[in-house]
Write a protein that binds this ligand. Structure first.
Ligand code: ADP
Ligand code: MG
Length: 373
């Protein structure tokens, strides 16, 4: 396999006693759309700034294209950064904003003009070169910032929360455009975001950070279905977490006893050597089925799960109808509320659940993820 375009090796950045980035190691392959995802203050911007060369690691090293870039200044690195507050110069025309880096680099005016035109076309701002930034919409100003970075033909484009300044509708539109743009230019994108939807929608792979620490690096699908910790399970999407003791741990199945749930949680896979340990089951709301329950009936049995597991009684406490689906909060015997979503598959004959109605919550053996931290 080709060498990664970015290698981050045991990188730590301290500000006083705070490790803003704490012993992070990861690689990014050429052509990836890579996302750095995590809550505000977790160290995303600090890591991006070190890639750009505006800051340096306290410990560890960064390789770009196999070269240690520790002593290489920002303008000599094959990367370019689009800042969170995409600072376009208000007194300059769009074209002059876009040509800024070429000017500094001393590129001849004629070549500048051609490249400005090419860059503006790339971000669909053809013909808007003579305008001033205040004659543009927010989305257009964001594209000026993109054009200004892309005109330098970086190997890697670094984007810090590129869509956060836009309103919801524009953000959706620019999300699609960013994806198209990356396919068109074919260069590596590394995007910082605190918005999980944005990361899942755009990224080929995603690194989740928390308090300077790297929690997990995976594809969006794997982050959602195979989170490695409660933090990731909870940060990505919605999840029901149940604490319990691992009482059965075989190669092909495992059981958690969860007092809070009042039932066993049966898994179609085992873990290694953690029997007796405290673990957590993470179950997504769409993986729980609702079934009608009447006084005195026996619990339904899931076909892939031994009796007494993965089925608990509850009462519907809340319903939110969202058109394509409904979300429910179901109270179980311990008083805990469990979140369940249900697709509205047909226009009628849909089995409806009312507030106060008695139900069974049931899920398959393959549905919960087992977390050990
Ligand atoms: N120049 C700095 N001096 C001191 N602390 C800083 C500096 N830059 C960032 N920090 C701190 O480092 C942590 C991570 O910040 P940052 O990388 O900006 O987070 P994010 O981009 O994930 O929101 C925060 O606690 C922040 O206050
Ligand atoms: Mg930031």
């Amino acid at each position: 396999m080709a060498e990664p375009i970015i290698t981050i090796e045991n990188v730590t950045r301290r500000f006083g006693t705070l490790a803003a980035v704490d012993n992070v190691s990861l690689t990014v392959e050429e052509g990836e759309f890579f996302a750095l995802l995590g809550p505000s203050g977790c160290g995303k911007t600090t890591l991006l700034r070190m890639l750009a060369g505006f800051d340096n690691p306290t410990e560890g090293r960064i390789l770009i294209d196999g070269q240690d870039v520790n002593r290489i200044p920002p303008n000599k690195r094959p990367v370019n950064m689009v800042f969170q507050s995409y600072a376009v110069f208000p007194h300059m025309t769009v074209a002059d904003n876009v040509r800024y880096g070429l000017n500094i680099a001393g590129v001849p005016r004629k070549e500048q003009d051609a490249r400005v035109e090419e860059a503006l076309s790339l971000v669909q701002l053809d013909g808007l070169g003579p305008r001033k930034p205040d004659q543009l919409s927010g989305g257009q100003r964001q594209r000026v910032a993109l054009a200004r970075a892309l005109i330098m033909r970086p190997r890697v484009l670094l984007l810090d929360e590129p869509l956060s300044a836009l309103d919801a509708k524009l953000r959706d539109q620019m999300r699609t455009e960013l994806s198209t743009l990356q396919e068109k230019v074919g260069i590596t994108f590394i995007m910082v975001t605190h918005d999980q939807d944005e990361a899942l929608a755009l990224a080929t792979r995603c690194a989740v950070m928390n308090r300077g620490l790297l929690q997990q690096v995976a594809t969006p699908n794997d982050l959602y279905e195979f989170p490695n910790s409660r933090f990731v399970a909870d940060f990505i999407g919605t999840v029901n977490l149940f604490e319990g003791q691992l009482i059965v741990d075989e190669p092909d199945h495992a059981v958690i006893r969860s007092p809070e749930l009042g039932a066993g949680i049966y898994f179609d896979h085992g873990v290694t050597g953690a029997k007796g340990a405290t673990v957590w089951a993470a179950i997504r709301p769409e993986k729980i089925e609702l079934k009608k329950r009447t006084e005195g009936d026996t619990a339904p049995k899931m076909d892939d799960t031994p009796e007494g597991n993965n089925v608990v009684p509850g009462i519907i406490r809340q319903e939110v109808y969202l058109g394509s689906e409904s979300t429910y909060e179901v109270e179980i015997e311990s008083g805990r509320r469990v979140k369940v979503t249900r697709s509205n598959l047909t226009r009628w004959d849909q089995e409806d659940f009312a507030i106060g109605e008695a139900v069974w919550l049931a899920w398959h053996a393959c549905s919960p993820a087992m977390l050990q931290s």
